[in-house]
Design a protein around this ligand. Structure first.
Ligand code: XMP
Length: 331
């Protein structure tokens, strides 16, 4: 579906809490008028856009919003838990949690081609989400689908750059109307609105995370033990970036773990392990990127912690390649 909406030139840029509050009041009224007493479904990944849509809809229609959080087993450490805590507990949302880890990892077993991995993850996600949508629809309990579409998605769709990322599609024959309260906002405005809605700062300002998650950072064919090592090493990197302030300034930073081992030594014994590769880049548009100059003291600390705390990792490497020639992700 090619999108044709145009943001009116008269629309003020939302840069302050006051402007965000005003936007929220207007949207709450609009959403209530559109939805009435009906139910709305939302795939809640925990990313910035879907989180802000969820918070806005909870404010407008409370439990008429049904959120589905699919854990594909490729989330970063603590991420699904954060979604459950923020939306399930603190905001008391109607939240369906689907732990589909086994389903995804079984399908991905032995698959090493990056694009095939992406297709499997994307396809499986739609299936799992649609299973939930079908249940609600057949129970007569679903009339609307909310999406975290933002204005850059509309622009890219309009210019034929890419199909809208939320274009996965619902099962055939299911007729629902879209609710897209952020569709005329830019990312920075979405963040201001998110903070005004009371979402945690870390959630609203989190770094970009690809849809296929850790699946494209656990290089080659994913195994559960290597995925576990990657998740733990990535959590240490994030913690140390938080501690030294880099988390606020670096655009995207993460660990990738390749499907290869090298010889090392631990406790005076031969110790074969995987390397953890640090990637930390800055960019404005993700088309090109430069490498962050992480201070050596921070690199040494991260290396010491990862090799001591993460089973299976015996080396830490620092990727110094800008984009081009490297892409930001390794797959
Ligand atoms: P690359 O690796 O192409 O990444 O330099 C540019 C930006 O896009 C993100 N990325 C993805 N996001 N699905 C996504 O939703 C994907 O398959 C995907 N691949 C890369 C990447 O994290 C970076 O921010």
């Amino acid at each position: 579906m090619v999108r044709t909406e145009v943001r009116p030139e008269s629309m003020a840029r939302i840069t302050t809490k006051e402007l965000a509050d005003q936007f929220i009041v207007e949207q709450v009224a609009e959403i209530r008028a559109q939805v009435g007493q009906k139910k709305v479904l939302l795939a809640l990944s925990g990313g910035v856009d879907s989180s802000v849509v969820a918070a806005l809809l909870i404010k407008a229609i409370g439990k008429q919003l049904v959120c589905v959080h699919v854990n594909h087993g490729l989330m970063r450490k603590g991420e699904s838990e954060q979604v459950l805590e923020t939306f399930g507990n603190e905001m008391d949302a109607e939240l369906i949690y689907v732990d589909a880890t086994d389903r995804f990892l079984d399908k991905l077993a032995g698959v090493s081609d990056p694009e095939t991995k992406r297709k499997i993850i994307g396809g499986e996600f739609i299936e799992v989400f649609n299973d939930e949508a079908k249940k609600l629809y057949e129970g007569g309990d679903l009339d609307f689908l909310a999406q975290g579409t933002i204005y850059p998605d509309i622009i890219e769709s309009r210019n034929g750059i890419k199909a809208h990322h939320n274009d996965g599609g619902l099962p055939e024959g299911m007729k629902v109307e879209l609710v897209e309260p952020l569709k005329l906002l830019f990312k920075d405005e979405v963040r201001v609105v998110g903070e005004a809605l009371g979402l945690p700062h870390a959630m609203v300002y989190r770094q970009p995370f690809p849809g296929p998650g850790l699946g494209v950072r656990c290089l080659g064919a994913i195994t559960r033990d290597r995925l576990h090592a990657l998740r733990e090493a990535d959590a240490i990197l994030r913690e140390e970036f938080d501690n030294c302030g880099l988390a606020q300034s670096v655009w995207q930073y993460f660990i990738a773990v390749p499907d290869m081992k090298s010889v090392g030594v631990k406790d005076e014994k031969r110790y074969e392990g995987w390397p953890a590769i640090i990637r930390a880049v800055n960019t404005t548009d993700a088309m090109t990127a430069t490498v962050e100059e992480i201070p050596y003291a921070v690199l040494h600390k991260i290396t010491a912690r990862i090799t001591a705390e993460v089973d299976g990792i015996n080396r830490v490497l620092y990727d110094l390649t800008p984009k081009p020639t490297g892409t930001i992700e390794w797959e």
